[in-house]
Write a protein that binds this ligand. Structure first.
Ligand SMILES: [Zn+2]
Ligand SMILES: [Zn+2]
Length: 263
């Protein structure tokens, strides 16, 4: 716990986008409010090649911020043919890059074709194995295909971020050793399955995140743009689901984030 922290807790926001509009313009204040709320560290996630230099610069600027870099499935069809070389260079550019991602499969809405998504994700899984980095997985409406690919890499470690699947899908990922990251969705009335998934997640596989600027949790939903300070609301709900104190949950999830990402 940092000296003078206002909160009894220490939390880590393992997934946010400080380089996205709404947060980028205001980074120093956003990071300051997070620290004041007890969010001592955060991982800003770069999702496409043009975003990576910004994410790297953000991690260099703020001692509380680390970076993850990857090609989001939404951008799988946009990357240049030789994206692997600059991605690898960015991932090894500095020690504050703690993961590859977010990457994965997203069959919801207007993403790239499934075959293109699979090809780009496979390349990133291979890169993660080569570099020995953990993976931040984005999986939406694609759990069966994503699990099939993930099982081909039994030595990789990673988190299914913004877990929004069923309890059964959660169990499959846990069997594969994956961590599950919970966002503000867990505070939404219409997400009983996500709460059920959270309750069955083993203590040592649980992570917290905001996915800011998206998915503002209750009670700031539709009132404020999301930011890392609001991971406190996610933590409160997760603690409630699991019947433990928010302080204990903070200890558990901070230790898990430290183990997975080395931060
Ligand atoms: Zn995502
Ligand atoms: Zn994200």
């Amino acid at each position: 716990m940092g000296a003078g922290a206002q909160s009894e807790r220490m939390l880590i926001d393992t997934h946010c986008h400080l380089t996205y509009a709404g947060l980028l313009e205001d980074q120093p204040a956003v990071v300051h409010r997070a620290v004041q709320a007890g969010v001592a560290r955060m991982i800003t996630v770069g999702t496409h090649p043009a975003d990576h230099p910004l994410a790297l610069r953000t991690a260099e600027t703020f001692p509380e911020v680390f970076a993850a870099l990857g090609i989001h499935p939404h951008h799988a069809a946009e990357v240049a043919a030789d994206y692997r070389t600059p991605l690898r260079a960015a991932l090894t550019a500095q020690r504050r890059v703690v993961a590859i991602g977010e990457c994965g499969l997203d069959y919801h809405g207007h993403s790239a074709a499934a075959e293109v998504q699979k090809e780009v994700w496979l390349a990133q899984l291979q890169l993660a194995e080569t570099l020995g980095k953990p993976v931040i997985l984005h999986v939406r409406e694609a759990h069966a295909d994503a699990l099939a690919m993930w099982r081909d890499f039994p030595h990789l470690r990673g988190v299914v971020h913004c877990f929004s699947g069923t309890p059964q899908e959660a169990s499959r990922w846990i069997e594969c050793g994956a961590y599950l990251g919970f966002t503000g969705i867990i505070t939404y009335k219409n997400a009983p399955e996500v709460r059920a998934a959270c309750r069955l997640t083993p203590e040592n596989r649980l992570l917290l995140e905001t996915d800011a600027p998206y998915l503002s949790p209750q009670p700031v939903r539709k009132i404020k743009i999301n930011e890392p300070a609001f991971v406190t609301h996610v933590a409160n709900q997760v603690a409630l689901e699991r019947g433990i104190t928010p302080e204990r949950l903070g200890e558990i999830t901070t230790r898990n984030a430290a183990e997975l990402f080395g931060i």
